[in-house]
Design a protein around this ligand. Structure first.
Ligand SMILES: Cc1cc2nc3c(=O)[nH]c(=O)nc-3n(C[C@H](O)[C@H](O)[C@H](O)COP(=O)(O)O)c2cc1C
Length: 359
């Protein structure tokens, strides 16, 4: 099919692919810039960027400096569009959003809870606000709230389905019915929800679908179903440019389908991860008791949490799999090699081009 460019506000990219934010130093400047250089949108995840030891001293300051460092590093590597993923559940979310706006970032993608207050954190109209939702109802709630409170709408919406990696916006019961919550089922509902706000604000609100997207043909099917683009994360982990540890990537390469599991995260959401030594220790209840010097999450119930998720994700990023939580999408087991971002983007582009036009 002919590849339609993706437009978010004034930003236009030739390949309708956003590399999804992956927190705690999985999607950093190197990966985001490489994707932007290949015609997509790269995303730096703002959560957990600071050195975990130094963060004990000054969590907000260390996080802020680390975000500034990553944004400037990306800028040095590309002129293409770089987004930043923010999470409203962070105790320092406001500080990070203000920082990325000051650093000139023009796309904020916000997930892990409905970003109902995002517009009041950003007083620059040229910054594109992109909420992540998991249902038509959630899209409606966010857009209604933004319209009523701030007289503004989203510049795009990411629909994240139940096959995604990291934290998920679905309940345990919903996860029992993956078919009923597939992107094919959810996308028309989200398109319908944004339609009335497109009419009200007189502009298009592109819907970007993600969660389990693996091939160019997957992308083509979603575009033909009305998506303006896709958000993909898992496939970008096993690229040369992803700066996570070799052990993290190897965990994906070694994973079989049965190893990919749903966990309950201390954030209060379900998440998807590879069952590795850390998760086996968690099941066996042999983990150390936690103490929390950071208070990084507004929603973390520290007294009852069985582990510190920031520390567990950071350990995985550094290659300590006995103590590391490895988030992944449902399709991680289908990855068999580490490739360059250039090769991955070329493969996806070729798959899209080879897909027949809708009749
Ligand atoms: C390792 C990993 C970490 C992630 N971290 C975040 C995050 O910090 N914030 C967020 O909004 N989404 C996060 N996600 C979700 C991705 O941005 C993306 O939307 C989703 O994984 C897409 O599905 P896919 O991985 O099957 O392509 C993460 C996903 C993975 C695999």
């Amino acid at each position: 099919m002919k590849i339609p460019p993706l437009q978010i506000g004034k930003i236009i990219v030739p390949l309708p692919i956003i590399q999804g934010g992956m927190g705690v130093r999985v999607s950093l400047a190197g990966l985001a810039a490489a994707v932007a250089n290949e015609g997509g949108i790269g995303t730096i995840a703002s959560v957990g960027l600071g050195d975990i030891e130094q963060s004990k001293r000054d969590f907000d300051g260390v996080s802020r400096e680390a975000l500034i460092y990553e944004i400037r590093r990306a800028r040095a590597l590309t002129d293409g569009p770089i987004a930043v993923n923010s999470m409203g559940v962070l105790s320092n979310a406001l500080d990070l959003v203000k920082t990325l706006v000051r650093e000139g970032i023009k796309i904020i993608v916000s997930g892990a809870s409905l970003p109902l207050r995002l517009p009041e954190m950003v007083d620059d109209d040229s910054v594109n606000l992109v909420p992540i939702v998991s249902s038509g109802r959630a899209a409606d709630i966010v857009l209604k709230t933004w319209s009523k409170r701030y007289n503004r709408t989203a510049d795009a919406v990411v629909l994240e389905g139940p096959l995604a990696g990291g934290h998920l916006g679905f309940s345990a019961e919903e996860m029992e019915d993956l078919e009923g919550h597939s992107l094919a089922v959810l996308l028309p509902k989200v398109l319908a929800a944004v339609k009335s706000f497109e009419d009200k604000f007189g502009r298009r609100i592109p819907v970007i679908a993600g969660g389990g997207v693996f091939t160019g043909a997957d992308i083509a099917r979603l575009l033909q179903a009305g998506a303006a683009g896709v958000q993909m994360a898992t496939r970008f982990v096993c690229t040369d440019e992803c700066e996570v540890s070799r052990e993290f990537k190897q965990t994906y390469l070694d994973a079989e389908e049965k190893d990919i599991v749903i966990i309950k995260s201390p954030v209060g959401l379900l998440g998807r991860a590879v069952r590795n030594p850390f998760l086996r220790n968690l099941e066996a209840d042999t983990l150390d008791k936690i103490s929390c010097p950071y208070r990084c999450l507004a929603t973390c119930d520290v007294a009852n949490a069985r582990y510190c998720i920031a520390l567990a994700l950071s350990n995985a990023c550094q290659g300590n799999m006995e103590k590391g939580l490895v988030f992944c999408g449902q399709n991680a087991f289908r990855i068999h090699e580490i490739v360059s971002v250039k090769a991955l983007m070329a493969e996806l582009r070729a798959g899209l081009e080879a897909y027949p036009e809708a009749t």
